[in-house]
Design a protein around this ligand. Structure first.
Ligand code: XCC
Ligand code: SF4
Length: 645
């Protein structure tokens, strides 16, 4: 194990995580924080994006500044290599969402055909989607409609001509025209991913502009055939989220119960775990536990928090910490963001790491294969394994941090509109829009993405949020960023103290109309695929005002991004004309051309995302400076709309 030099206070803002980091050191357990430190300064070529290992002539590296090779063996320039690597990242970010969506579509199909043990929890949303798709719904059985919607959803992966069906039912016509003129409209998700990989191959696309437009095309695929499709169909199967009160931090782990953590991204398994945990309570009592306690980590955590109010222990960087408490019987994982180190950490305790999908296996983990058809059996097997592990605890190794905080979640676009209806039944958007117009709400920012062991956990997410709230920016949040903000009370009435006066006033009025002291200043909109909800909200506002999304004073920010998925989502926002801030250096600095296209102002550079689409990438590590760069752009957009600033 590497020698650890940092104080735990420098590694995470979360006191429970700090406590567990100390315990891990005592127990001789290596964590992501240790490995990040041992990794030292990251490779410069990689950071700049100028390393290419696409063929066996290389790997080739361009030395920035002109002293050394200025092209790869094949002749690829730094511009081409950087743009190609950016496209790679966006593609690698989109593919997991696309696979996620396809799994959900298949689950809906099997449910409709009576082959999987789920039900259509929200027929209204199903009928709404069916109507948008132009399907006949009158006089038909719900299951029949569900089957047809599922088949239509699968066309997003199959059709050889036309435009992605989910894009057609969601995007604004004027924006679609722009995308069409730039030739970035996707046909089907599998085709787009294959095509993107193909154009990145050695000896294919070498035009940096064309490659970046290729990245936008993949990002649109991510947005519609990944994010929107997943959320829509998950809402049909499991319900549209509504406000729930829950708890956050490692203190949600309970010493006297069988603790099961669900970690990963797709709700099909975790929903079943929650269901069967209730049904098998008696078996847990039989081994001396008071019951079964389920808690979430990462985005699966978000899914069951949003719909069931299940508490969340922690987010990405500290996913190993629940195990270090010595009180977790099983950590069940599905896909994405699962550290391969988990079974090594678990070895020092009694925790069983359980993988569930054929394409995500980890040495040292138990594998219980999950399919939608065998969902009930798999969930029972997993819970019984956890119950059996309860008796294997080592009391000497148990230490659970006591900190926990309350948080409200469940703010789907539907729920936000419901809450606004309590203020104005006839015209629910009116109160929100009036307050945006007056400047009580200066703008709306989506705080999205991850935590990253390269920087102090939660710190940048929380600081950016607080600075924006102070300037009356309403914040919506998803992913692990949402966890960061919830852990620091920004999703509870306590967060009100960080808001500017105008925002405080609005939150209180809407809160009171809904029987609450106030709305929380940060609205939790869900997991990373639920950035579709952010998009829905933006579309609703834009359509109401008769403008495009790119005209609105809105922005996205991902201060602690780690996953390429967040870059794909960010590029999707860029395609909509929405500015996106990242707090970790994106690997593009090795090409001035690529940097200018992505980050440049349209007034200063001939060719930019800003000019083509209306939004740009902002890179700033300092959270306060970042917040002010975002504010500047929000003010620019307000001015263009003729609103006071
Ligand atoms: Fe992964 Fe979604 Fe990032 Fe968290 S936020 S680290 S992607 S779990 Ni999606
Ligand atoms: Fe080098 Fe070109 Fe091969 Fe990349 S594709 S490794 S730049 S020769």
């Amino acid at each position: 194990m590497s020698k650890t030099v940092h104080n735990v206070e420098e590694l995470s803002l979360d006191t429970g995580v700090q406590e567990m980091l100390l315990k891990a050191r005592e127990d001789g357990v290596e964590t992501a924080f240790d490995r990040s430190e041992a990794m030292g300064a990251r490779c410069k070529f990689g950071l700049l994006g100028v390393c290419c290992k696409r063929c066996l002539e290389g790997p080739c590296r361009i030395v920035p500044g002109g002293k050394g090779p200025q092209a790869g063996v094949c002749g690829a320039t730094a511009d081409a290599i950087v743009a190609r690597n950016f496209l790679t990242l966006v593609t690698e970010g989109a593919a997991p969402h696309i696979e996620h969506a396809r799994e959900v579509a298949l689950t809906l199909l099997e449910t409709a055909e009576g082959k999987a043990p789920y039900s259509i929890s929200n027929p209204d949303k199903l009928l709404d989607i069916a109507a948008r798709l132009g399907l006949t719904v009158d006089g038909r059985e719900i299951k029949e409609v569900a089957r047809e919607v599922a088949l239509k959803a699968l066309e997003n992966f199959q059709q050889q001509f036309g435009v992605l069906p989910w894009l057609k039912i969601k995007a604004q016509p004027k924006t679609v025209e722009r995308w069409q003129s730039l030739n970035v409209l996707p046909v089907n998700a599998h085709l787009e991913v294959t095509n993107a990989v193909n154009r990145q191959a050695m000896g294919c696309d070498a035009d940096p502009v064309n490659l970046l437009l290729g990245a936008i095309r993949v990002a649109l695929t991510d947005g519609y055939a990944g994010l929107h499709l997943s959320t829509d169909l998950q809402d049909v199967l499991f319900g549209v989220p509504a406000v729930v009160k829950s708890e956050y931090r490692l203190g949600v782990i309970k010493e006297d119960m069988v603790n099961i953590s669900v970690h990963g991204h797709i709700p099909m398994l975790s929903e079943k775990i929650v269901e069967w945990a209730e049904k098998l309570e008696n078996e847990a009592r039989a081994v001396g536990a008071k019951g079964i306690n389920i808690f979430g980590v990462c985005c699966t955590g978000n899914e069951i928090l949003m719909r069931r109010g299940v508490p969340v222990a922690t987010n990405f960087s500290s996913q190993e910490m629940p195990i270090v408490t010595g009180a977790v019987e099983a950590m069940v994982v599905d896909i994405q963001c699962i550290m391969p180190s988990l079974p090594r950490v678990a070895k020092c305790y009694h925790t069983e790491i359980i993988t569930t999908l054929p394409s995500v296996k980890i040495p040292g983990a138990t594998h219980v294969e999950f399919t939608p058809e065998n969902a009930d059996e798999a969930a029972q097997t997993i819970i019984r394994k956890a119950i059996a592990n309860f008796t294997k605890r080592d009391p000497a190794k148990i230490k659970i941090p006591q900190d926990k905080v309350e948080a409200y979640a469940g703010f789907s676009t539907e729920q936000i509109l419901e809450a606004l209806k309590k203020v104005n039944q006839e015209d629910p958007l009116q109160p929100l829009v009036e307050n945006i117009k007056s400047g009580n709400i200066l703008g709306v920012v989506a705080l999205v993405g991850c935590t990253n062991p390269r920087i102090k956990q939660d710190w940048a997410n929380v600081e950016v949020a607080k600075e924006l709230l102070k300037h009356n920016v309403l914040i919506v949040a998803t992913g692990c960023s949402a966890h960061s903000l919830a852990k620091f009370s920004l999703m509870s009435p306590r967060g009100l103290e960080y808001c500017g006066e105008g925002l405080q006033q609005v939150l209180k009025v809407i809160g009171k109309a809904n029987g609450l002291e106030t709305l929380p200043p940060v609205l939790h909109m869900g997991s990373c695929v639920d950035n579709s909800r952010v998009d829905d909200l933006v579309m609703t506002l834009a359509n109401y005002l008769g403008v495009e999304a790119r005209d609105l004073p809105v922005a996205g920010s991902s201060p602690e991004v780690q996953s390429p998925k967040a870059l794909a989502i960010g590029s999707y926002f860029l395609a909509q004309g929405i500015d996106v801030h990242v707090g970790i250096q994106p690997p593009i600095a090795g090409s001035e051309l690529v940097s200018n296209i992505l980050m440049g102002d349209k007034d200063r550079h001939a060719l930019t995302m800003d000019g083509l689409f209306g939004g740009k990438l902002i890179y700033e590590e300092d959270p306060i400076k970042a917040a002010h760069l975002i504010l500047e752009r929000i003010i620019q957009k307000r001015k263009a709309l003729g609103l006071p600033c």
